[in-house]
Design a protein around this ligand. Structure first.
Ligand code: SF4
Length: 435
């Protein structure tokens, strides 16, 4: 029996090799996974042309996945450097790479990714259209925006962010409602400006049926972009954000009617106490479609540390229903991230994802912590390094603070509670003072 997309296959009862791979990786019942894919609660982004892909499933009942944004820009157009970041990101556990290139030969980099990289590859066609057509924004035609979507599909990308929620209706609501930081989504600001200058409807919204046909042909997962994601905590959960989310919910159903897989993009900046409620609203309006969040950053005042503000929000979001975290680096709001920024962003995001997985009771998540705690109790330093989320840093820190007693660390030395408890419970004398 033939099928178009993973969702189509699941609805026909076909267990694809991608579903089998995801079920095995997640230690999940294949039939149950197939049911969730059929319902749209799990997406397996897998373009038929991305043949080196090692598939992953995105859904709140699976392990939380992380995405790393990379790509060339006018200020940093070194392809080799970006590829090094991609390879490092995959080695560090990123399941997804979004190529946000906005300068130079973007097609060459994109095709290199889909021919060599085993991670899920995502793109934002809006950025590329501006580079590709080499003409003022206003002169790009509705047809040309759609052609870029087709081009990315042919190049093998697994998912695309399409800023479709900001149609004429939501744009009018946004202008009426006013907000502190307007639209901070790069793609959202571009398409809003285009709509304002041309007076035309959002081309992705107007030609959604055609986009769905492209998605069916290649099995592209649509990542419905949130142009109105709050860019500061003052704008969180406002009329623009919720209005757009309602539109995204309606479009989710339209996509599912054509067996096209969907994930929904979300905030943004958001106070801690609003995050769980936002996850619930999204799950309700978008009928359980996987939620992909950028952060959320729980405060606006920490440039240089936004990997931390995002990890705090990401952990709460994922524990409350989000299934896909977009990493945020310390360079957020300041510059394009360098290799160290990328590493710090990935580690912070992985910690958030893992913390959420423990809270959600994802199968096997807390086993890792169990092993670490056992090694800690034994003061087995080599094992602790091996189990660390960043073994290199753990080793470096211990090496640069050598303790007098090799089995302890320089934090407490012979006051080491772990060592002393092990000894006293084994019947030894614990003197501390003269040891
Ligand atoms: S010395 Fe202190 S911090 Fe270090 S392992 Fe022992 S109890 Fe833990």
């Amino acid at each position: 029996m033939s099928y178009t997309t993973q969702m189509d296959a699941a609805r026909k009862g076909i267990l694809t090799k991608e579903m089998k791979a995801v079920a095995e990786k997640e230690n999940f019942d294949p039939q149950e996974l197939m049911r969730l894919v059929a319902e749209g609660k799990v997406a397996i982004p897998a373009n038929k042309r991305h043949t080196c892909l090692e598939p992953n499933g995105i859904g709140s009942m699976l392990k939380t996945k992380i995405n790393v944004n990379l790509g060339t820009s006018r200020d940093c157009s070194d392809l080799d450097m970006e590829l090094k970041k991609v390879n490092d990101a995959v080695a560090m556990g990123a399941e997804s790479i979004m190529d946000l290139s906005s300068f130079g030969d973007t097609g060459k980099f994109r095709r290199k990714l889909t021919s060599e990289c085993p991670a899920i590859i995502g793109t934002v066609p809006i950025y590329d259209a501006v580079v590709y057509y080499h003409k003022p924004l206003k002169e790009i035609t509705s047809r040309e925006w759609i052609d870029i979507v087709k081009m990315h599909a042919e190049d093998g990308v697994d998912f695309m962010t399409i800023h479709i929620g900001i149609n004429k209706n939501t744009a009018d609501r946004f202008k009426e409602a006013k907000r502190l930081t307007n639209i901070v989504s790069r793609g959202g600001s571009i398409i809003f400006a285009w709509m304002e200058m041309t007076g035309l409807e959002n081309p992705f919204f107007e030609h959604f049926d055609e986009i769905l046909e492209i998605c069916q042909e290649y099995d592209i997962t649509l990542s419905l972009g949130d142009a109105c994601r709050p860019g500061c905590i003052a704008d969180a959960s406002d009329i623009s954000q919720i209005e757009e989310l309602i539109t995204l919910g309606e479009l989710t159903q339209k996509a599912w009617n054509k067996n096209v897989q969907v994930i929904i993009e979300g905030p943004g900046h958001m106070p801690l106490d609003q995050i769980a409620a936002n996850m619930k609203i999204q799950q309700t309006l978008c009928k359980g479609a996987p939620f992909y969040v950028l952060g959320p950053l729980v405060t606006d005042i920490a440039p240089g540390y936004d990997h931390i503000t995002a990890a705090i929000g990401g952990a709460i979001a994922a524990a409350s229903g989000a299934s896909f975290l977009c990493y945020v680096t310390p360079a957020e709001h300041l510059r394009l991230p360098d290799l160290d920024d990328v590493k710090e962003g990935i580690i912070a995001s992985r910690i958030a994802a893992h913390a959420a997985d423990i809270a959600k009771g994802i199968r096997g998540a807390s086993d890792w912590d169990q092993k670490m705690s056992e090694a800690r109790k034994r003061l087995d330093w080599e094992k602790m390094f091996d189990l660390s989320i960043d073994p290199e840093k753990a080793r470096r820190y211990r090496a640069t603070g050598k303790p007098e007693k090799e089995d302890t660390c320089s934090m407490c030395g012979n006051f080491c509670a772990v060592k002393n408890m092990n000894r006293i419970l084994e019947g030894e004398i614990v003197s501390i003072y003269d040891e």
